[in-house]
Design a protein around this ligand. Sequence first.
Ligand code: PMP
Length: 379
Amino acid sequence: MIYFDNASTTIPSKEVLEEFISCASNSFANPSSLHYLGMKNENEISRIKTEILNLLKLNVSQYDVIFTSGATESNNLAIFGTCRQYKNRGNHIITTKIEHESVLNPFKELEKEGFKVTYLDVDEEGKINIDYLKSLITKDTIFISIMGVNNEVGNILNIEEIKEAIKAYPKIIFHSDLAQSIGKVKQDYRVLDLMTLSSHKIHGLKGVGCLIKKKNIVLKPLIYGGEQQNNIRSGTIDFPNIVGFKVALKDAISNFDKHQENVKKVYVFLYESLKSIDSIKINSKMNWCPYILSISLKNKKASVVIEGLSNKEIYVNGVSACNSKKNEPSYVLKAFNKDDTLAFNPIRISLSYLNTVEEAKVFIEEFKSILSSIRGETR
Ligand code: PMP
């Protein structure tokens, strides 16, 4: 099998699974319980929070970590939690046209609640135009959410420049969805007030992630119940999954350079090989995140090619796992001004440090053979 769908989810690492099983078997107590076993887990969770902040080079005295079920919940909590809490300060909020739907759909909901939303375009390099952003900010702007790395094409957003541009507006709270950024590109997360992380994108398990927030930010909860996690996110804390998440994050951050070097080799090989195929267009750029390589088929149906590869046990995806079942053009590619046909037929190859150049060679051969064996059609 060749697994090139790592932006949808990664294979859980052996270390994560071992830690998870050991904790689920031996440290199963509810961290909110008052007895020794509960308190032991609670202390360990405090220690893990500090470790996560240290790994991300964030000042432990300035940030809190709230554990969630993953990036979707973290994005929802950041967006609804902040905007509803601070709605008296202003009603203008900003995001981009290329965010994941777990950001876009909460913004659409907030529009219904009376917020004015600006959906920013990105330029050809996949960056936000800073002068344009500055021109949009008013005294009513309270919240900006801009992802670290896009999940469909891998462009890296200029979060450091954005922070510089909004520095003069202390009222604005700056959030970023870092689901595809952590361990994959180097960005300065200290510029952010709120950040979304997900475990299963970095060889952890599904169902766990966190929202990191500056301590002075008050969030209106989305989930009410037993008031765990300072009443920001009720529900029994999933201790074994959180331990697995910490193991995954530690590996992703401490082995960043080694992983990057490996992935870059595979990425460059794929990029160079794909460049010579006339019937495709490469959407990603060489200097973007090397974990995601998006191409569009000019005159073939992407779903047919994906199925052909799948029959050979080679797994790639269309747009993103969340959108691949809808027969709609990719809104991300449309935001990059691709014509409709190209936005209709993208294939996303997304890598992990576990992938090899040998796998990439097999992929290219099979891909070329499938392209030449199927009829031309785009819808
Ligand atoms: N944001 C981005 C950028 C993503 O790629 C994904 C996963 N497709 C999500 C959010 C949702 O992540 P989760 O599965 O952890 O909810």
